[in-house]
Ligand binder design. Structure first.
Ligand code: ADP
Ligand code: MG
Length: 248
């Protein structure tokens, strides 16, 4: 199967703090993989590097075989192809849901208003938000806001979607509706790299899980294997903490 994403020896430091210390990772097209690891292990930084929100210090990143970290690459073009959704929804508070979703397709892709709106409405409809199109974000529940944020990313027709702890800020009863959206996207073939604390969800949805520890991928494999018989002691300790916290 064709390759969607590849990281080779990616390193990133903030001052003297080495956050990514040589990351190698590849995702096939339509693959869904989860990044797990303790808080501070570098998950968000890794995703931000893939979206070129952070410049890397060493290594290379490829999207569909094309190096995006090469000198002279058009950063904005790359960002159009890589959707990213964060823990905090980051919707524009002064704009309706529809305006939030159509803004980038109109400004960045140059879609005519009518076409951008038609596509946005179709996406909002697909994710159960059709009746919210004219609402402002603060009139939506957290789960609805996060679904709208995912729709906004999808409206750019990305090749790959990066999700960074998208359920972490939600009340527990709202987590399910956002996970349903991600399930639907996975079923529709969207390539996704998902940083998550939801281990049960990771087990269900991911073909592979990457365990990040202090900026290196310590272990990777199918979730059913890693969660039941981790090869590394550190992975086992992490999973034990997760189980004790009731998240697996
Ligand atoms: P995770 O998402 O796994 O919790 P992060 O990638 O957010 O981890 O952070 C990894 C480490 O990098 C942490 O020690 C964090 O404080 C540090 N860090 C992240 N972003 C910055 C930044 N912009 N400047 C300085 N340090 C940062
Ligand atoms: Mg993070």
């Amino acid at each position: 199967m064709a390759e969607a994403l590849r990281l080779e020896g990616v390193r990133k430091a903030f001052g003297s703090l080495e956050v990514l210390r040589g990351i190698d990772l590849a995702l096939a097209e339509h693959e869904v993989a989860c990044l797990i690891g303790a808080s501070g292990s570098g998950k968000s930084t890794l995703l931000r590097c893939v979206n070129l929100l952070e410049p890397i210090d060493a290594g290379r990143i490829f999207l569909s075989g094309q190096e995006i970290t090469a000198p002279g690459v058009d950063v904005n073009r790359v960002r159009r192809r890589v959707g990213i959704v964060f823990q905090a929804f980051n919707l524009f508070p002064h704009m309706s849901v529809l305006a939030n979703v159509t803004l980038a397709p109109r400004k960045v892709l140059g879609l005519p208003k009518a076409q951008a709106e038609a596509e946005a409405v179709a996406l909002l409809d697909r994710f159960g938000l059709a009746d919210k199109r004219d609402e402002f974000p603060d009139r939506l529940s957290g789960g609805q806001q996060q679904r709208a944020a995912i729709v906004r990313a999808l409206a750019m027709r990305p090749d790959i979607l990066l999700l960074d702890e998208v359920t972490s800020a939600l009340d527990p009863e709202l987590v399910g509706e956002v996970l349903d959206v991600i399930r639907e996207l996975a079923a529709s073939g969207m390539t996704m790299l998902i940083a998550t604390h939801e281990m049960g969800f990771a087990r269900e949805i991911a073909r592979r899980v990457f365990f990040l520890e202090k900026g290196v991928i310590l272990e990777e494999g199918p979730p059913e294997l890693m969660f039941s018989s981790p090869r590394q002691e550190r992975t086992r300790q992490f999973l034990e903490r997760i189980i004790r916290a009731g998240r697996l």
